[in-house]
Design a protein around this ligand. Sequence first.
Ligand code: PHE
Length: 329
Amino acid sequence: MEDEIKSIVQEAKAAIAQSDAVSLSVTAAKFIGRKARLTQILRSIKEFSAPERQKAGSLANRARGEIEAALLQRKQELATSAQRSTMKRDTTLPGITPEIGHLSPVTIVTNQLIGALTELGFEIAHGPEAELEAYNFDYLNIMPNHPARDEWDTFWLRQGKDNKTSVLLRTHTSPVQIRYMLAHKPPLRIIAPGRTFRYEAEDATHASVFSQMEGLMVDKGISVAHLKAVIVHFVDRVLGEGNQVRFRPSFFPFTEPSFEVDVRFRDKWLELMGCGMVHPQVLRNVGIDPEEYSGFAFGVGIERLALLKYGINDVRLFLGGDMRFVKQF
Ligand code: PHE
């Protein structure tokens, strides 16, 4: 009987060590419950002869005590590990305040532009940042030897066999005009915000990576009056009403006539965007009859607008990732 009790204790300890929170009570019943072998032994002790009774009694009671202690210890172990795993998921504990992010000034201005123009019925269009040479230049009436190609020093990604296989980082958002006009018939009213790239010697007003928003409207009877109305509307929206805006004659191969739009800022005129009436040749290039339709286009520099809006003096700050700058918005 002594051997039997010893082996019960061993078996019980092994079973307890392998039990989890759910099976622990089953293990407990098996070894110290009403129908357990040890309980039966304890019950039968009173039938033993006096000297045997004492010995067997203390043996069996000690065994029961050991098993109970093992059960208790296991129960505590399971409780602490359960607590630890729920703590990992407790997001309500007070302590370090989490850093909450916010939109960059470029995104804020982009969203304001989108808001001001979608309410006039403009839809958002997108084009790839890695663009075909043909869409970035040729379809926009910028011929191979045109000086504009030098002016916009370009990041070439692949020199293909022709302008439909050569790929570059787009130097402006104007190729989105081409893609959209090739795929849709007028009337058209789109805006195309996005990143643009030029190989620049960077300084306070020039960055190699910057953002533009293109606008294009093509319909019957569109004139410079429509162009001016739309531009004044969104400049007012972003910079607040009452700014002086001026249209200055300019040149782009893809618009005729062309203008530069300036805004009066701190007693100086600041250049904000290029724009103009879509050149008849550009319309012809995409299969739109310039006798029937006319349109306007503009390309506004978003960082430029953000500079004005927030009084920032260096465009390089936008991509610099300096938290002292970014946290001010
Ligand atoms: N694409 C021109 C630029 O990047 C801006 C522009 C767009 C001018 C549309 C006229 C019409 O400078």
